[in-house]
Design a protein around this ligand. Structure first.
Ligand SMILES: *[C@@H]1O[C@H](CO)[C@@H](O)[C@H](O)[C@H]1NC(C)=O
Ligand SMILES: *[C@@H]1O[C@H](CO)[C@@H](O)[C@H](O)[C@H]1NC(C)=O
Length: 243
C-alpha cells in the first residue's frame, strides 16, 4: 500500500516524468520493423500469420478501458502491428460520469469522432484568431478535429459516454494534455527552461507547486467539474495513480 508520502511522490513523478505520460508503448518493435521492410502485402500477411494477429479487443486493454473516470484506447501501430502501414488509428474514448478528456492535439492526424453512447460536449480551437467550435454529441452524432487543432471533451451527465475516434495516421501522436491551462501541461515535461517559461507567462507556472496540483494523465481521461461530481454523487479517488 502507498503511504501518504509515496502517494505524493508518485503524483509528482507522474507529472515530471515523461514516461508517465499516457504514451502507447510499442508492443512488438521487431514485427513493426519487419512489416515496414516486407516487399509485398503477401509478405506482410506471412508475418501476421495467425487470425489472432488481426483481432484487437478494446475492452481488454487495461488499465485504459475503464469508466471511472474513463480512458482512451488506441488501436495503432504501437498497440496493434496489423495497423502498421495502413495510415489510420482507431480509438475508443470512454468518459464515465463527470469525466473529461483534457485539452490536447494530434500533431500528425485529423480526428473524426462519433458518439455511440451518452452525451458529450466537445470544444475545438484551430489556431490564433479562430473561433471556438462547441458541439453536443449524442449517439450517432459526429464532429471533426482537424490536424493540429486543440480540442477537449466532457461528459457532464451521470451516465457513461463512449465515442469512436478515427485518425488518419497510424502514429497520430498526442500533445498537451493539461489542467488547468490548455497547452501548458507539457511545459513540465518537455525540458524548456522553467525560468523562461515563467517569463513568457508572467507568473510562476513552471513550478513544483503548480505541477503538484495538476491532474496526472492516468489512462487518458480525468475527473471533470466538481458540481457534476457532487450532482452524481461521485467521490473521486486514486484511479489515476493505478496507471
Ligand atoms: C446534453 O448535455 C448538455 C450539457 O450538459 C445539456 O445541456 C443537454 O440538455 C443534454 N442533452 C440531452 C439530450 O440530454
Ligand atoms: C473510484 O471511484 C469510482 C467512481 O466513484 C468507482 O467506480 C471506483 O470503483 C473507485 N475505485 C476505487 C479503487 O475505489
Amino acid at each position: 500500500m502507498y503511504t501518504q508520502l509515496a502517494l505524493v511522490s508518485s503524483v509528482l513523478l507522474a507529472v515530471f516524468t515523461q514516461h508517465a505520460v499516457a504514451v502507447d508503448k510499442t508492443r512488438d518493435p521487431a514485427l513493426d520493423a519487419n512489416l515496414v521492410t516486407a516487399a509485398t502485402q503477401l509478405d506482410r500477411l506471412a508475418l501476421l500469420d495467425s487470425d489472432d494477429a488481426w483481432l484487437f479487443d478494446f475492452t481488454k486493454q487495461q488499465p485504459y478501458y475503464n469508466f471511472a473516470p474513463g480512458g482512451v484506447v488506441n488501436m495503432n501501430a504501437a498497440t496493434f502491428p496489423a495497423a502498421k502501414g495502413n495510415g489510420m488509428t482507431l480509438a475508443m474514448l470512454n468518459l464515465g460520469p463527470c469525466s473529461m478528456l483534457p485539452p490536447h492535439y494530434h500533431p500528425r492526424a485529423s480526428n473524426y469522432v462519433v458518439a455511440v453512447q451518452g452525451n458529450t460536449t466537445t470544444y475545438m480551437y484551430e489556431e490564433n484568431g479562430a473561433r471556438l467550435v462547441t458541439e453536443t454529441l449524442l449517439p450517432g452524432m459526429a464532429t471533426i478535429f482537424p490536424q493540429g487543432s486543440m480540442h477537449m471533451m466532457v461528459n457532464n451527465g451521470c451516465e457513461n459516454a463512449q465515442l469512436v475516434s478515427a485518425l488518419n495516421a497510424d502514429d497520430a501522436g498526442t500533445q498537451a494534455r493539461s489542467k488547468p491551462y490548455p497547452n501548458i501541461g507539457n511545459v513540465f515535461t518537455n525540458g524548456f527552461p522553467a525560468d523562461l517559461v515563467n517569463a513568457a507567462f508572467g507568473q510562476n507556472l513552471a513550478s513544483s507547486d503548480v505541477a503538484s496540483k495538476m491532474t496526472p494523465i492516468g489512462t487518458g481521461s480525468n475527473w471533470g467539474l466538481s458540481e457534476c461530481l457532487k450532482q452524481c454523487g461521485i467521490q473521486p479517488n486514486d484511479t489515476y495513480i493505478k496507471f
